[in-house]
Design a protein around this ligand. Structure first.
Ligand SMILES: Nc1ncnc2c1ncn2[C@@H]1O[C@H](COP(=O)(O)OP(=O)(O)O)[C@@H](O)[C@H]1O
Ligand SMILES: [Mg+2]
Length: 336
């Protein structure tokens, strides 16, 4: 039985199920939070918890049947690829409804799980994004033949990550010829190719409305994608692109993210456009400002500063509702 039950924690890192090891950044964050909060901190994995309603109250338990006291703050570090609506996201909703403040909120995680959902919000807020075309149930073979598709274009899955499902398509013939053989488990996006940014992007880590780290990532082999997972090189550059950092802050705020990894493309005009926003960003050990910034954001919540730390969705997650549910759950968070 986890000893944490006897010493309720105020602050959790919630990671994906065993046996997946913690991401390097998540491990570093957990070690730092352990040093800061001692027994008031715990790492939980999504496969250790069961939840539901008991006697009309929301309940959270271990598999062994022990009640789990609700933390005040949960730093959500499940990888985006393991964020399923009926599984991880349901657990996150449960924690939020019981009264925990999530970094990031469920609403923000849901938005970030789909690149078109993100663009719907960002474009509505007037932020620059590349022209993009997607679909609901239209056949992909028909979509690629529609007149608004221009080539070259970038083809990507709505929920891809690590650059694994991002391709440069040089011409319409190629697009038509591959259209029948592409996986169709999720819709695809046909996106304007931002040629000035080929093989290069600007990744900004935003915490609580501040750009705390930035790096230019460059592919080493001439390929389109500049993800580190695909072997790209990275150079720290905080302060070099203030306009890009300001755009990243606006993007994070628009999507309601307290912690965000914003990918920006370089435009031919010398500015930036938003490529995508990540709700569970990694960071490199040299980005020493990230963990202290996350700790400060946690402190703000513990001090009663509310969730979302000044973000729009943070305000929108329904503080009143959470407090009401927390009261009815009868599991008052432990005090500091
Ligand atoms: N429209 C585009 N024009 C030019 N390069 C792009 C474009 N979209 C993506 N890229 C490149 O591909 C990388 C991965 O794309 P992204 O949309 O961030 O997907 P992922 O979620 O897999 O990281 C980007 O970081 C960038 O280097
Ligand atoms: Mg990306």
């Amino acid at each position: 039985m986890p000893s944490v039950i006897d010493a309720p924690a105020d602050v959790w890192v919630l990671a994906r199920e065993h046996p997946a090891p913690l991401m390097r950044a998540t491990r570093a964050l957990s070690e730092a939070l352990e040093r800061t909060y001692g027994p008031r901190f715990a790492v939980w994995h999504s496969d250790e918890l069961v939840f539901g309603v008991r006697g009309g109250r929301l309940a959270l338990q271990t598999l062994g049947g022990q009640d789990v006291p609700l933390p005040k703050v949960v730093v959500v570090r499940q990888t985006p690829g393991s964020m399923e609506q009926h599984r991880e996201l349901t657990l996150l909703r449960h924690l939020e409804h019981m009264g925990a403040v999530l970094i990031n909120s469920v609403a923000a995680h849901q938005l970030c799980g789909n690149k078109i959902w993100q663009f719907q919000e960002l474009a509505a807020a007037g932020l620059p994004v590349p022209d993009s075309l997607s679909y609901a149930t239209a056949p992909f073979g028909g979509v690629v033949r529609s007149p608004q598709v221009a080539t070259p274009c970038v083809l990507k899955a709505v929920n891809g990550r690590n650059g694994a499902h991002v391709f440069l398509v040089p011409d319409k013939e190629m697009l038509k010829s591959v259209s029948g053989s592409l996986a169709q488990d999720v819709p695809l996006i046909l996106q304007e190719y931002v040629a000035a940014s080929h093989g290069r992007d600007l990744r900004v880590i935003v915490v609580d409305g501040e750009p705390v780290a930035a790096q230019v990532r460059s592919s080493r082999d001439g390929s389109l994608t500049s993800n580190l997972a695909r072997g790209a090189a990275a150079e720290l550059c905080l302060g070099r692109y203030p306009e890009g950092e300001a755009l990243a802050v606006r993007a994070a705020r628009t999507l309601g993210l307290t912690l965000a990894g914003v990918d920006l493309l370089f435009t031919a005009e010398g500015g930036h456009t938003v490529c995508e926003v990540n709700a569970v960003p990694g960071w490199r050990p040299r980005m020493t400002t990230v963990v202290p910034a996350i700790t400060a954001a946690i402190e703000k919540v513990l001090a009663g500063g509310g969730g979302g730390a000044g973000t729009e969705a943070g305000a929108a997650v329904g503080t009143e509702e959470r407090q009401r549910q927390s009261g009815s759950a009868g599991q008052a968070p432990t005090t500091a």
